[in-house]
Design a protein. Structure first.
Lengths: 384, 384
């Protein structure tokens, strides 16, 4: 059986990958009198007097809602909230297994930006954190920005921040191998959706100076009018220092780093890789099919290649970051997730690999490496 | 320590009574490739092709949202969504322990009826059922009625239906003891909130003919103008066959059954009980303090007394009904919860006690009695 058939079979057998359990083994009526009425009334009144104590007496401190509208699920597109549910359950499973975080999917039957913002705000009393997931861009940016401003609750956007963190970690280590500096290299980000924006922003925070972002209309530059939106306007302002114009082929020439998140198999050609500077670094991060086959990239001269896939070396896998980062956020009691916390996560991931182990095929830890969570939590707690 | 102190201590220790767990022991990258990307994509596409298959491939089939706005929590009143959370977590725990149902609290930061209806509809793709809880009346009635009509998902309202089911079960058995018929007895329901309405409606379905409902303005009758709303208008139309007017004292005279859900300790006086017919049946169901102390009711001549408390005989406890009923609903795949299913639950609860065990102090099963869930599930499945 191929993986699709095996996945269908396993999902049918499980009928749900997550479940909601009692943390207390109820054995007597006295237990119930403490956990429910009449005992629980004292707990409710305590929280009524001091809302913040909900973090002490309930599961709020460790529980997040995974919010999607099903508009851009994996590489599958706008498949709706029901079809998004197995992905969100998978995400909830990863949050628990790799971060000890309780997460519940909330798949919304609306794609209206204002309505999504409002619903998240209205359901937020139950949750200590919010994870926005698989909402199409640019709507996702407004939803995330607004919730970060308007909610006193940590908000994460894995498509943007998670991808950014893990890509940065991989790039830090790749640059060590080719002995280039983040501040010197020319970096092309192909794709201006959530992942492209997230990667661009965190690379800038980490010291990158020369980034060009491309979308279907070529390089994003100040003064471009075609296919723009406020988020691309912002990209134009913070990238492309020489305000270069042209297509991806022009941009990539002499680039040191090419990070592709286009969602298009074969978008990166061997010719593009060949035109890059010495020791090309190519991250073809689209899933399930990379923007260029890693073997083709290598053939064309790429020294280091990373993808989103587990069956090639150097998997840039968000799961390395989001469960452990949220674990740290909850352990710290932080009400906002800051750039410093995201950078600390990336550096912890990069530093996880000691110099003597680092090589072209091991620039980023594997999901099965032990102690990643602990490294990230320690690093983030120092920044929060 | 008293129960409040013990409950606070236990809640602080647990920091949440429920948790969200993986149902699958993740051991390898291959497991993740099946449970998450890339394998999960096939599952999403299957559901995209056929929405109903979400019930086969995800946790939707067994998961409910417990929805509250915190406007009428237990007997504590409008304490808000955060303070409602420990109660809703307790409810979720009961759903799991006694029904095997996965339930997650969603405590809403709005008390706007239309907004609550809209939010529940918009989050419903994730859930196979909805339980409305501790929302003030009459708003709760509109919310429940509208959701029952507008959602293709079973909706339960424990304050109304759960209380009704268990009170009916207790009354069926109490009437067996005093050898009176449901169709003949005069029944007073004191209190016209969710519980009063729920009890009234199910008793009528079970054959009661002579019910008077009272609120703070006395008996509800056709033509009354004071303190009415559409739901009380409906009560006036379906109860009070002789259209009697007057106070609770007038109504209760010569009544066979008095069921009080007023939320007011001491609302029922010994004089009222003394004025009832032979073999008075008194259910003082307000929590945590009954509407009359059971010993006072007995002193005044009540033959059978039930309360909501576990420290007196005959506890009318909703937990006897809602977890098992929802178990049956999920096992049957029913998209609506019908009167027949609620009546079947009540009869199953009443019939659980065999004739030779039935007595004035054992008219309703105890939470610790074995096999209640199985009896209810069997009975409801026959009606669905």
């Amino acid at each position: 059986m191929d993986i699709s058939e095996r996945a269908l079979e396993l999902h049918k057998k499980l009928r749900g990958k997550i479940e909601i359990n009692s943390k207390y083994p109820v054995k007597s009526l006295d237990d119930l009198a403490l956990l429910y009425t009449p005992g629980v009334a004292a707990v409710s009144m305590e929280i009524f007097k001091n809302k913040e104590s909900a973090y002490e007496y309930t599961s709020k401190w460790n529980t997040i809602a995974i919010i999607t509208d099903g508009s851009r699920v994996l590489g599958l597109g706008d498949i709706g909230p029901e079809a998004a549910l197995p992905v969100m359950e998978g995400k909830a499973l990863l949050f628990k297994v790799f971060g000890g975080v309780d997460a519940i999917p909330i798949c919304l039957a609306t794609q209206d930006t204002e309505e999504i913002i409002n619903i998240v705000k209205k359901i937020s009393p139950t949750f200590g954190g919010i994870n926005i997931e698989d909402i199409d861009s640019p709507r996702c940016f407004e939803i995330v920005d607004r919730l970060e401003k308007e909610l006193d609750t940590p908000v994460f956007h894995d498509d943007q921040y998670g991808t950014g963190i893990v890509a940065l970690a991989a790039l830090i280590n790749a640059l060590k191998i080719v002995k280039k500096d983040m501040g010197d290299v020319k970096i092309i980000i192909a794709g201006a959706g959530a992942a492209g924006v997230g990667i661009t922003k965190i690379l800038l925070k980490a010291g990158a100076k020369n980034i060009l972002v491309t979308d279907s209309k070529g390089v994003i530059f100040r003064g471009r009018t075609e296919n723009m939106n406020p988020y691309k306007e912002n990209l134009a302002n913070i990238t492309n220092p020489e305000n270069i114009k042209g297509g991806i082929e022009d941009a990539v020439e002499n680039a040191d780093v090419l990070i592709a998140v286009t969602g298009k198999q074969g978008f990166i050609t061997k010719e593009m890789v060949s035109s890059m500077s010495s020791d090309p670094i190519v991250f073809a991060l689209s899933n399930p099919e990379p923007d260029i086959n890693p073997n083709d990239a290598k053939d064309a001269g790429a020294r280091i290649v990373a993808t989103g896939r587990s069956d090639f070396p150097n998997q840039v896998n968000n799961s390395l970051a989001f469960p452990a980062l949220f674990r740290a956020v909850f352990d710290s009691g932080a009400k906002k997730i800051t750039d410093e916390m995201r950078l600390a996560t990336a550096y912890a991931l990069a530093d996880y690999i000691p110099a003597d182990k680092l090589n072209e095929e091991y620039i980023i830890p594997k999901m099965t490496d032990a102690g990643i969570k602990e490294s990230i939590v320690k690093a983030v707690l120092e920044k929060s």
